[in-house]
Design a protein around this ligand. Structure first.
Ligand SMILES: *Cc1c(COP(=O)(O)O)cnc(C)c1O
Length: 217
């Protein structure tokens, strides 16, 4: 599906939800996609992209950025603490902050640089053992902890369990955000971004619907 089709679907979903046009930010998830497909989307004027691995992004984005300096790059996958410095060089936002050790590293790096990327705290709303994210019961405390470190927490992020109704998880995430005074909601992927917009998503992460199926390496 072309980028223009996705943008039309986003606009329609915003209208249907009585939301202002342009209130949803589309993160085009380019992980594992051939460079030619990424270049095509850049050529169509899109500038917000998501990657889920530091190494992969490091091999791809410095070169694209030489041509398109205004790219806004989001890390949507987990991050190891030993890669925080490299990740700060590459990314404008992080979507998977989920533990104190990583928050401390972010705070140290932010202090050293005098700037910090936008941060989203991932919440494991389905309480899945294999999935990253803080547990819902621990979210309020962790958010407070990050704020106490002066970290710029923009909002929350979720990847709902694959076999459950996503809407329940979107609604749950929004409730946790609201009670903590957070506006950002990073939720919704290729299969459910319209639903996520209905539940207030501010950032949707869409890969295969824009670029086509991922070619697994
Ligand atoms: C890959 C990925 C996406 C995009 O998935 P699609 O189904 O291709 O849209 C979104 N969020 C995260 C965290 C991902 O890893």
């Amino acid at each position: 599906m072309a980028l223009s089709d996705i943008l039309e679907r986003i606009a329609a979903a915003e209208t249907k939800a009585d939301r202002p046009a342009g209130s949803t930010r589309l993160i085009a998830v380019s992980k594992v996609q051939p460079n030619a497909r990424v270049a095509a989307v850049l050529d169509q004027g899109h500038r917000v992209f998501g990657e889920n691995r530091v190494q992969e992004a490091a091999g791809k984005w410095p070169e694209f950025r030489a041509t398109y300096p205004d790219v806004d790059l989001h890390l949507i996958g987990p991050l190891q603490t030993n890669k925080v410095r490299q990740a700060f060089d590459l990314f404008d936002a992080f979507h998977a902050l989920d533990r104190t050790k990583l928050a401390r590293k972010f705070a140290d790096e932010a202090q050293a640089r005098g700037a910090c990327p936008d941060l989203f705290i991932q919440v494991n709303t389905g309480e899945e053992p294999q999935k990253a994210g803080v547990l819902p019961a621990e979210a309020d405390v962790f958010i407070a902890e990050c704020r106490a470190m002066d970290l710029p927490v923009q909002g929350l992020m979720v990847i709902p369990p694959i076999d459950e109704e996503a809407s329940l998880h979107f609604a749950f995430l929004r409730r946790i955000a609201e009670r903590n005074g957070l506006n950002g909601l990073s939720m919704g992927m290729s299969g459910d971004f319209e639903k996520a917009i209905a539940f207030g998503a501010t950032h949707i992460r869409v890969g295969s619907a824009i670029f086509g199926e991922r070619i697994t390496p």
